[in-house]
Write a new protein. Structure first.
Length: 235
């Protein structure tokens, strides 16, 4: 009975890792590091997009209670760091600077020229690009993990198969005792590679999709903000 329980313990996952060859252990360590890096990015991006989702709710709740551009601008003051509020703030700052410049130059014009309107659009678009670039930071690391971890696992698999054939050659037999260690090395290396890659693939697609949706939402806010200026005759 004691021998049976020892045999079971010796075939456990931890024992397989400890008993693996140095090459396989190296592959396992690299996969583990990639997995840790991947989960760090996943946690950081989850928290970041969670804050953005909260900012979105607060922004739309604030503008629902406003009437006109001036009230909307005042409502943005209490929203803090919000990519949605930043669009309105950039628009306000642009219009304020433009009015000041026109007053200095003695230019009397109620609306914007096409060049000025294009400059306003570019200013807003620059803010949107900064926000999207920030949300996409570190996401490429997930793609690197998703692409490299399975290949590392495959490398460990090949090494394990090679060891299995070497066991057959040295033992002169193909029984389980000869090929078992090599096959075990191959399987745990494959499992490690897939274990690191699968969460990275899922997270990469989720966060990339959220970043694209955020870009669309910010562009709609920009269009609505410029449209509000047009309805008030400020363009």
């Amino acid at each position: 009975m004691i021998q049976d329980s020892t045999a079971v313990a010796d075939t456990g996952f931890l024992h397989l890792v400890v008993a693996a060859t140095a090459a396989t252990q190296t592959v396992l360590v690299i996969c583990a590091l990639l997995s840790v890096a991947s989960w760090y990015v996943i946690a950081a991006k989850w928290w970041e997009f969670r804050r953005i989702a909260t900012a979105r709710k607060v922004f739309y709740h604030a503008i629902r209670r406003t009437h006109g551009t001036d009230e909307r601008q005042l409502a943005m003051a209490g929203l803090g760091a919000s990519p949605y509020a930043e669009i309105v703030r950039r628009t306000t700052a642009f219009m304020h600077d433009l009015r000041a410049a026109m007053q200095r130059d003695g230019v009397a014009r109620s609306g914007l020229s096409l060049t000025q309107l294009e400059a306003l659009t570019l200013t807003i678009q620059a803010g949107i690009s900064e926000t999207i670039d920030a949300t996409r930071r570190m996401i490429p690391l997930l793609a690197i993990v998703a692409a490299s971890a399975p290949l590392l696992g495959l490398l460990g698999t090949v090494i394990g198969i090679i060891n299995a054939f070497l066991g057959i050659a040295s033992g002169g037999t193909s029984n389980i005792a000869a090929v078992g260690p090599g096959i075990a090395d191959a399987l745990i290396a494959t499992a490690a590679g897939l274990g690191a890659a699968i969460p990275a693939v899922v997270a990469y697609n989720v966060f990339t999709g959220r970043s694209e949706r955020l870009e669309g939402e910010l562009e709609r806010v920009a269009q609505d903000t410029i449209g509000e200026l047009g309805r008030e005759g400020r363009l």
